[in-house]
Design a protein around this ligand. Structure first.
Ligand SMILES: *[C@@H]1O[C@H](CO)[C@@H](O)[C@H](O)[C@H]1NC(C)=O
Ligand SMILES: *[C@@H]1O[C@H](CO)[C@@H](O)[C@H](O)[C@H]1NC(C)=O
Ligand SMILES: *[C@@H]1O[C@H](CO)[C@@H](O)[C@H](O)[C@H]1NC(C)=O
Ligand SMILES: *[C@@H]1O[C@H](CO)[C@@H](O)[C@H](O)[C@H]1NC(C)=O
Length: 356
Protein backbone atom coordinates (compact mmCIF):
# COMPACT_ATOMS: atom_id res chain seq x y z
CA UNK A 1 0.00 0.00 0.00
CA UNK A 2 2.73 2.39 1.02
CA UNK A 3 4.69 1.53 -2.10
CA UNK A 4 1.72 2.18 -4.32
CA UNK A 5 1.17 5.60 -2.79
CA UNK A 6 4.79 6.48 -3.30
CA UNK A 7 4.71 5.32 -6.91
CA UNK A 8 1.60 7.37 -7.51
CA UNK A 9 3.21 10.44 -6.04
CA UNK A 10 6.32 10.02 -8.17
CA UNK A 11 4.29 9.56 -11.34
CA UNK A 12 2.14 12.56 -10.49
CA UNK A 13 5.23 14.67 -10.00
CA UNK A 14 6.71 13.51 -13.31
CA UNK A 15 3.53 14.33 -15.19
CA UNK A 16 3.36 17.71 -13.51
CA UNK A 17 6.93 18.52 -14.47
CA UNK A 18 6.31 17.44 -18.05
CA UNK A 19 3.30 19.70 -18.33
CA UNK A 20 5.23 22.50 -16.74
CA UNK A 21 8.11 22.19 -19.16
CA UNK A 22 5.90 21.89 -22.23
CA UNK A 23 4.12 25.12 -21.25
CA UNK A 24 7.22 27.11 -21.91
CA UNK A 25 8.52 25.83 -25.15
CA UNK A 26 10.03 28.68 -27.03
CA UNK A 27 10.29 28.79 -30.74
CA UNK A 28 13.15 30.79 -32.05
CA UNK A 29 14.41 29.48 -35.30
CA UNK A 30 14.67 31.48 -38.43
CA UNK A 31 13.14 30.02 -41.47
CA UNK A 32 15.96 28.75 -43.59
CA UNK A 33 13.82 28.06 -46.57
CA UNK A 34 11.87 31.24 -46.68
CA UNK A 35 14.29 33.71 -45.21
CA UNK A 36 17.45 32.25 -46.67
CA UNK A 37 19.49 31.64 -43.55
CA UNK A 38 22.15 29.02 -44.06
CA UNK A 39 21.53 25.86 -42.01
CA UNK A 40 24.94 25.57 -40.41
CA UNK A 41 25.03 29.11 -39.08
CA UNK A 42 21.54 28.83 -37.77
CA UNK A 43 22.28 28.16 -34.15
CA UNK A 44 24.69 31.06 -33.98
CA UNK A 45 22.14 33.37 -35.57
CA UNK A 46 19.55 32.34 -33.07
CA UNK A 47 21.87 32.93 -30.14
CA UNK A 48 22.86 36.34 -31.47
CA UNK A 49 19.25 37.26 -31.97
CA UNK A 50 18.41 36.24 -28.48
CA UNK A 51 21.13 38.49 -27.15
CA UNK A 52 20.12 41.45 -29.26
CA UNK A 53 16.36 41.49 -28.88
CA UNK A 54 14.23 42.04 -25.87
CA UNK A 55 13.39 38.77 -24.15
CA UNK A 56 9.63 39.13 -24.37
CA UNK A 57 9.83 39.05 -28.15
CA UNK A 58 11.03 35.48 -28.06
CA UNK A 59 9.71 33.92 -24.90
CA UNK A 60 7.00 34.40 -22.39
CA UNK A 61 8.15 34.68 -18.84
CA UNK A 62 6.77 32.20 -16.44
CA UNK A 63 5.59 34.86 -14.03
CA UNK A 64 3.79 37.24 -16.36
CA UNK A 65 2.67 35.76 -19.66
CA UNK A 66 -0.44 37.93 -19.88
CA UNK A 67 1.52 41.15 -19.68
CA UNK A 68 4.00 40.33 -22.41
CA UNK A 69 1.12 39.29 -24.65
CA UNK A 70 -0.75 42.55 -24.28
CA UNK A 71 2.45 44.50 -24.92
CA UNK A 72 2.72 43.01 -28.36
CA UNK A 73 -0.82 43.60 -29.47
CA UNK A 74 -2.05 46.75 -31.13
CA UNK A 75 -5.46 47.66 -29.62
CA UNK A 76 -6.77 48.51 -33.10
CA UNK A 77 -5.89 45.12 -34.47
CA UNK A 78 -9.30 43.60 -33.73
CA UNK A 79 -10.83 46.25 -35.98
CA UNK A 80 -8.27 45.65 -38.73
CA UNK A 81 -9.07 41.96 -38.75
CA UNK A 82 -12.81 42.47 -38.57
CA UNK A 83 -12.50 44.69 -41.62
CA UNK A 84 -10.51 42.06 -43.51
CA UNK A 85 -13.14 39.41 -42.81
CA UNK A 86 -15.91 41.79 -43.75
CA UNK A 87 -14.28 42.58 -47.08
CA UNK A 88 -13.75 38.88 -47.72
CA UNK A 89 -17.41 38.17 -47.03
CA UNK A 90 -18.60 40.96 -49.34
CA UNK A 91 -16.35 39.94 -52.21
CA UNK A 92 -17.35 36.30 -51.77
CA UNK A 93 -21.01 37.27 -51.99
CA UNK A 94 -20.55 39.33 -55.16
CA UNK A 95 -22.08 37.15 -57.86
CA UNK A 96 -20.23 38.87 -60.69
CA UNK A 97 -16.91 37.85 -59.11
CA UNK A 98 -17.97 34.28 -58.43
CA UNK A 99 -15.71 32.92 -61.16
CA UNK A 100 -12.70 34.41 -59.45
CA UNK A 101 -13.57 33.62 -55.86
CA UNK A 102 -15.25 30.23 -55.89
CA UNK A 103 -13.24 27.11 -55.27
CA UNK A 104 -14.72 23.75 -54.36
CA UNK A 105 -13.30 22.03 -51.26
CA UNK A 106 -11.44 19.36 -53.18
CA UNK A 107 -8.78 16.94 -52.00
CA UNK A 108 -6.22 19.47 -53.27
CA UNK A 109 -7.58 22.02 -50.75
CA UNK A 110 -7.81 19.46 -47.94
CA UNK A 111 -4.19 18.53 -48.65
CA UNK A 112 -3.21 22.17 -48.00
CA UNK A 113 -4.80 22.29 -44.56
CA UNK A 114 -2.85 21.05 -41.56
CA UNK A 115 -4.48 19.85 -38.38
CA UNK A 116 -3.53 20.57 -34.80
CA UNK A 117 -6.05 18.43 -32.92
CA UNK A 118 -4.62 19.13 -29.52
CA UNK A 119 -5.46 22.83 -29.78
CA UNK A 120 -8.25 22.57 -32.37
CA UNK A 121 -6.49 24.57 -35.06
CA UNK A 122 -6.53 24.32 -38.85
CA UNK A 123 -3.84 26.06 -40.86
CA UNK A 124 -3.98 26.41 -44.64
CA UNK A 125 -0.57 26.40 -46.28
CA UNK A 126 0.23 29.27 -48.65
CA UNK A 127 3.95 29.24 -49.48
CA UNK A 128 6.25 32.30 -49.41
CA UNK A 129 4.74 33.94 -46.34
CA UNK A 130 6.59 32.26 -43.47
CA UNK A 131 4.61 29.02 -43.63
CA UNK A 132 7.42 26.77 -42.56
CA UNK A 133 7.54 28.70 -39.31
CA UNK A 134 3.86 28.07 -38.66
CA UNK A 135 4.29 24.42 -39.47
CA UNK A 136 7.07 24.17 -36.92
CA UNK A 137 4.95 25.95 -34.32
CA UNK A 138 2.08 23.53 -34.92
CA UNK A 139 4.28 20.43 -35.01
CA UNK A 140 5.57 21.33 -31.56
CA UNK A 141 2.07 22.14 -30.30
CA UNK A 142 0.84 18.76 -31.53
CA UNK A 143 3.40 17.19 -29.25
CA UNK A 144 5.47 15.02 -31.59
CA UNK A 145 8.56 17.09 -30.78
CA UNK A 146 9.37 19.05 -27.63
CA UNK A 147 10.81 22.09 -29.37
CA UNK A 148 11.49 23.41 -32.84
CA UNK A 149 15.14 22.54 -32.53
CA UNK A 150 14.23 18.87 -32.15
CA UNK A 151 12.39 18.70 -35.48
CA UNK A 152 14.75 17.19 -38.06
CA UNK A 153 14.77 19.39 -41.18
CA UNK A 154 13.54 16.67 -43.58
CA UNK A 155 10.56 15.97 -41.32
CA UNK A 156 9.13 19.50 -41.43
CA UNK A 157 7.45 18.77 -44.74
CA UNK A 158 6.89 15.06 -44.19
CA UNK A 159 3.34 14.96 -42.93
CA UNK A 160 3.12 11.22 -42.65
CA UNK A 161 5.74 11.34 -39.94
CA UNK A 162 5.87 14.76 -38.27
CA UNK A 163 2.65 14.54 -36.30
CA UNK A 164 1.03 17.35 -38.29
CA UNK A 165 -1.51 15.53 -40.45
CA UNK A 166 -3.27 16.92 -43.48
CA UNK A 167 -7.02 17.39 -43.19
CA UNK A 168 -7.40 15.08 -46.21
CA UNK A 169 -6.20 12.14 -44.10
CA UNK A 170 -9.42 12.16 -42.03
CA UNK A 171 -12.80 10.62 -42.83
CA UNK A 172 -15.52 12.86 -44.23
CA UNK A 173 -17.43 13.36 -40.95
CA UNK A 174 -14.15 14.07 -39.15
CA UNK A 175 -13.23 16.64 -41.80
CA UNK A 176 -16.60 18.36 -41.50
CA UNK A 177 -16.39 18.42 -37.73
CA UNK A 178 -12.99 20.11 -37.86
CA UNK A 179 -13.97 22.57 -40.56
CA UNK A 180 -16.98 23.69 -38.56
CA UNK A 181 -15.54 23.81 -35.05
CA UNK A 182 -11.78 24.48 -35.22
CA UNK A 183 -9.93 27.80 -35.32
CA UNK A 184 -8.88 28.34 -38.94
CA UNK A 185 -6.31 30.71 -40.41
CA UNK A 186 -3.89 31.33 -43.25
CA UNK A 187 -1.51 34.04 -44.42
CA UNK A 188 -1.50 35.98 -47.69
CA UNK A 189 0.67 38.63 -49.32
CA UNK A 190 0.53 40.88 -52.36
CA UNK A 191 -0.28 38.44 -55.21
CA UNK A 192 2.31 39.72 -57.71
CA UNK A 193 5.11 40.07 -55.20
CA UNK A 194 4.37 36.54 -54.11
CA UNK A 195 4.85 35.28 -57.69
CA UNK A 196 8.22 37.04 -57.88
CA UNK A 197 9.20 35.43 -54.61
CA UNK A 198 8.15 31.98 -55.86
CA UNK A 199 10.02 32.46 -59.15
CA UNK A 200 13.21 33.54 -57.36
CA UNK A 201 13.00 30.82 -54.76
CA UNK A 202 12.21 27.91 -57.05
CA UNK A 203 13.92 28.81 -60.33
CA UNK A 204 16.79 31.19 -59.50
CA UNK A 205 18.07 30.44 -56.01
CA UNK A 206 16.43 27.13 -55.09
CA UNK A 207 18.06 27.10 -51.65
CA UNK A 208 16.65 23.78 -50.50
CA UNK A 209 17.94 22.16 -53.68
CA UNK A 210 14.80 20.76 -55.17
CA UNK A 211 16.17 19.76 -58.58
CA UNK A 212 12.81 19.04 -60.16
CA UNK A 213 12.08 22.77 -60.52
CA UNK A 214 15.08 23.33 -62.76
CA UNK A 215 15.22 19.94 -64.42
CA UNK A 216 11.56 19.09 -64.97
CA UNK A 217 9.22 22.01 -64.44
CA UNK A 218 11.29 24.79 -66.05
CA UNK A 219 11.83 22.87 -69.33
CA UNK A 220 8.12 22.04 -69.52
CA UNK A 221 7.17 25.72 -69.13
CA UNK A 222 9.88 26.84 -71.58
CA UNK A 223 8.80 24.34 -74.19
CA UNK A 224 5.31 25.74 -74.32
CA UNK A 225 5.70 29.39 -73.34
CA UNK A 226 9.08 30.68 -74.49
CA UNK A 227 8.77 33.33 -77.19
CA UNK A 228 12.40 34.17 -77.72
CA UNK A 229 13.75 31.04 -79.35
CA UNK A 230 17.34 32.34 -79.34
CA UNK A 231 17.23 32.58 -75.55
CA UNK A 232 19.04 29.56 -74.13
CA UNK A 233 19.14 30.41 -70.44
CA UNK A 234 16.93 28.74 -67.85
CA UNK A 235 13.36 29.78 -67.11
CA UNK A 236 12.88 33.55 -67.49
CA UNK A 237 10.28 35.59 -65.64
CA UNK A 238 8.36 36.32 -68.86
CA UNK A 239 8.09 32.58 -69.66
CA UNK A 240 6.71 32.04 -66.17
CA UNK A 241 4.19 34.88 -66.46
CA UNK A 242 2.92 33.65 -69.83
CA UNK A 243 2.28 30.23 -68.29
CA UNK A 244 0.46 31.68 -65.28
CA UNK A 245 -1.66 34.07 -67.35
CA UNK A 246 -2.68 31.45 -69.90
CA UNK A 247 -6.39 30.70 -69.41
CA UNK A 248 -5.52 27.14 -70.46
CA UNK A 249 -2.74 26.66 -67.91
CA UNK A 250 -4.53 23.72 -66.27
CA UNK A 251 -3.12 20.97 -68.49
CA UNK A 252 0.40 21.92 -67.43
CA UNK A 253 -0.67 22.32 -63.78
CA UNK A 254 -1.83 18.72 -63.85
CA UNK A 255 1.55 17.59 -65.19
CA UNK A 256 3.41 19.62 -62.56
CA UNK A 257 1.24 18.33 -59.73
CA UNK A 258 1.48 19.50 -56.15
CA UNK A 259 4.40 21.86 -56.84
CA UNK A 260 1.92 24.37 -58.26
CA UNK A 261 1.14 25.36 -54.67
CA UNK A 262 3.91 27.93 -55.05
CA UNK A 263 1.99 29.86 -57.70
CA UNK A 264 -1.65 28.71 -57.59
CA UNK A 265 -4.07 31.41 -56.41
CA UNK A 266 -5.01 31.65 -52.73
CA UNK A 267 -8.55 30.90 -53.88
CA UNK A 268 -7.40 27.59 -55.35
CA UNK A 269 -5.24 26.72 -52.35
CA UNK A 270 -7.52 27.53 -49.43
CA UNK A 271 -11.09 28.00 -50.76
CA UNK A 272 -11.54 31.16 -48.67
CA UNK A 273 -15.15 31.68 -49.75
CA UNK A 274 -16.26 28.15 -48.91
CA UNK A 275 -14.37 27.72 -45.65
CA UNK A 276 -15.08 30.25 -42.91
CA UNK A 277 -11.62 31.21 -41.73
CA UNK A 278 -11.31 33.04 -38.42
CA UNK A 279 -8.26 35.07 -39.35
CA UNK A 280 -6.46 36.03 -42.53
CA UNK A 281 -2.93 37.14 -41.72
CA UNK A 282 -1.02 39.46 -44.04
CA UNK A 283 2.67 38.91 -44.63
CA UNK A 284 3.08 42.70 -44.85
CA UNK A 285 1.94 43.02 -41.23
CA UNK A 286 3.25 39.68 -39.98
CA UNK A 287 5.03 41.35 -37.05
CA UNK A 288 1.60 42.19 -35.64
CA UNK A 289 -0.43 39.38 -37.15
CA UNK A 290 1.69 36.51 -35.84
CA UNK A 291 1.23 37.31 -32.13
CA UNK A 292 -2.39 38.24 -32.84
CA UNK A 293 -3.08 34.84 -34.40
CA UNK A 294 -1.33 33.06 -31.54
CA UNK A 295 -3.48 34.93 -29.06
CA UNK A 296 -6.76 34.34 -30.88
CA UNK A 297 -5.97 30.66 -31.31
CA UNK A 298 -5.29 30.40 -27.59
CA UNK A 299 -1.62 29.57 -28.09
CA UNK A 300 0.09 32.73 -26.90
CA UNK A 301 0.94 31.34 -23.48
CA UNK A 302 2.47 28.25 -25.09
CA UNK A 303 4.62 29.59 -27.91
CA UNK A 304 5.79 32.72 -29.61
CA UNK A 305 6.43 33.18 -33.30
CA UNK A 306 10.14 33.13 -34.19
CA UNK A 307 11.80 36.51 -34.72
CA UNK A 308 11.16 37.98 -38.16
CA UNK A 309 14.26 39.41 -39.89
CA UNK A 310 13.81 43.18 -40.27
CA UNK A 311 12.58 44.52 -43.61
CA UNK A 312 11.64 41.09 -44.95
CA UNK A 313 7.87 41.52 -44.93
CA UNK A 314 7.40 45.03 -46.37
CA UNK A 315 5.91 45.34 -49.85
CA UNK A 316 8.58 46.50 -52.32
CA UNK A 317 7.01 48.28 -55.28
CA UNK A 318 10.40 48.95 -56.88
CA UNK A 319 11.04 45.23 -57.05
CA UNK A 320 7.63 44.54 -58.59
CA UNK A 321 8.20 47.28 -61.18
CA UNK A 322 11.63 45.89 -62.01
CA UNK A 323 10.44 42.36 -62.54
CA UNK A 324 7.47 43.37 -64.65
CA UNK A 325 9.29 46.05 -66.66
CA UNK A 326 10.12 43.59 -69.43
CA UNK A 327 6.69 41.96 -69.56
CA UNK A 328 4.16 43.14 -72.14
CA UNK A 329 0.96 44.89 -70.98
CA UNK A 330 -1.22 42.27 -72.58
CA UNK A 331 0.53 39.53 -70.64
CA UNK A 332 0.32 41.43 -67.37
CA UNK A 333 -3.40 41.93 -67.96
CA UNK A 334 -3.90 38.22 -68.52
CA UNK A 335 -2.00 37.46 -65.36
CA UNK A 336 -4.04 40.03 -63.45
CA UNK A 337 -7.27 38.57 -64.79
CA UNK A 338 -6.38 35.27 -63.19
CA UNK A 339 -5.15 36.67 -59.87
CA UNK A 340 -7.79 39.40 -59.55
CA UNK A 341 -9.74 37.35 -57.03
CA UNK A 342 -6.78 37.32 -54.67
CA UNK A 343 -6.34 41.10 -55.00
CA UNK A 344 -10.01 41.75 -54.26
CA UNK A 345 -10.64 39.21 -51.52
CA UNK A 346 -7.69 40.27 -49.40
CA UNK A 347 -7.80 44.00 -50.05
CA UNK A 348 -4.60 44.41 -52.06
CA UNK A 349 -4.41 47.49 -54.29
CA UNK A 350 -4.88 46.67 -57.93
CA UNK A 351 -1.47 47.06 -59.61
CA UNK A 352 -2.58 50.02 -61.75
CA UNK A 353 1.02 51.10 -62.23
CA UNK A 354 1.59 47.93 -64.25
CA UNK A 355 -1.72 47.79 -66.07
CA UNK A 356 -2.00 51.33 -67.51
C1 LIG B 1 -19.19 43.34 -57.49
O1 LIG B 1 -17.93 43.47 -58.15
C2 LIG B 1 -17.95 44.32 -59.27
C3 LIG B 1 -16.58 44.21 -59.94
O2 LIG B 1 -15.53 44.52 -59.06
C4 LIG B 1 -18.26 45.72 -58.81
O3 LIG B 1 -18.30 46.60 -59.91
C5 LIG B 1 -19.60 45.73 -58.08
O4 LIG B 1 -19.84 47.01 -57.54
C6 LIG B 1 -19.63 44.69 -56.98
N1 LIG B 1 -20.95 44.59 -56.43
C7 LIG B 1 -21.20 44.73 -55.14
C8 LIG B 1 -22.61 44.54 -54.72
O5 LIG B 1 -20.33 45.00 -54.33
C1 LIG C 1 -17.20 32.56 -65.72
O1 LIG C 1 -17.75 31.27 -65.66
C2 LIG C 1 -18.56 30.96 -66.76
C3 LIG C 1 -19.22 29.61 -66.53
O2 LIG C 1 -18.58 28.90 -65.52
C4 LIG C 1 -17.72 30.99 -68.02
O3 LIG C 1 -18.54 30.69 -69.14
C5 LIG C 1 -17.10 32.36 -68.17
O4 LIG C 1 -16.25 32.40 -69.29
C6 LIG C 1 -16.34 32.74 -66.95
N1 LIG C 1 -15.87 34.09 -67.06
C7 LIG C 1 -14.65 34.44 -66.74
C8 LIG C 1 -14.32 35.89 -66.87
O5 LIG C 1 -13.80 33.65 -66.35
C1 LIG D 1 16.42 36.91 -77.16
O1 LIG D 1 17.44 36.32 -76.36
C2 LIG D 1 18.74 36.67 -76.72
C3 LIG D 1 19.70 35.85 -75.87
O2 LIG D 1 19.51 36.12 -74.51
C4 LIG D 1 18.92 38.18 -76.54
O3 LIG D 1 20.24 38.56 -76.94
C5 LIG D 1 17.90 38.92 -77.38
O4 LIG D 1 17.97 40.30 -77.11
C6 LIG D 1 16.50 38.41 -77.06
N1 LIG D 1 15.52 39.02 -77.95
C7 LIG D 1 14.46 39.67 -77.52
C8 LIG D 1 13.54 40.19 -78.57
O5 LIG D 1 14.21 39.82 -76.33
C1 LIG E 1 13.43 46.74 -53.15
O1 LIG E 1 13.84 46.01 -54.28
C2 LIG E 1 14.92 46.58 -54.97
C3 LIG E 1 15.12 45.81 -56.25
O2 LIG E 1 15.09 44.44 -56.06
C4 LIG E 1 16.14 46.57 -54.05
O3 LIG E 1 17.26 47.12 -54.71
C5 LIG E 1 15.83 47.35 -52.79
O4 LIG E 1 16.89 47.24 -51.88
C6 LIG E 1 14.55 46.84 -52.14
N1 LIG E 1 14.16 47.75 -51.09
C7 LIG E 1 14.03 47.34 -49.81
C8 LIG E 1 13.61 48.38 -48.85
O5 LIG E 1 14.22 46.18 -49.49
Amino acid sequence: MRHQCLLLAVCGWAVFMLLFVSKFITLNLRDKEEYGTKPHILDKTVTNNLKKTKPQEQTFHTDKPAESTSNELDPHWDAVHAERLNLLKNVCQNASLRNLTYSPITKFVLDRIFVCDKHKILFCQTPKVGNTQWKKVLIVLNGEFKSIKDIPEPLIHNHERNGLPRLSSYSEPEITKRLTTYFKFFIVRDPFERLISAFKDKFLKNPRFEPWYKHNIAPAIIQKYRRNRTETKGLQFDDFIRYLGDPNHKWLDVKIGEHIIHWATYVELCAPCEIEYNIIGHHETLEKDAPYILKKAGMSNLVSYPPIPPGITAYNRTKVEQYFSRIGKREIKRLHARFQGDFKLFGYDEPEFLLN
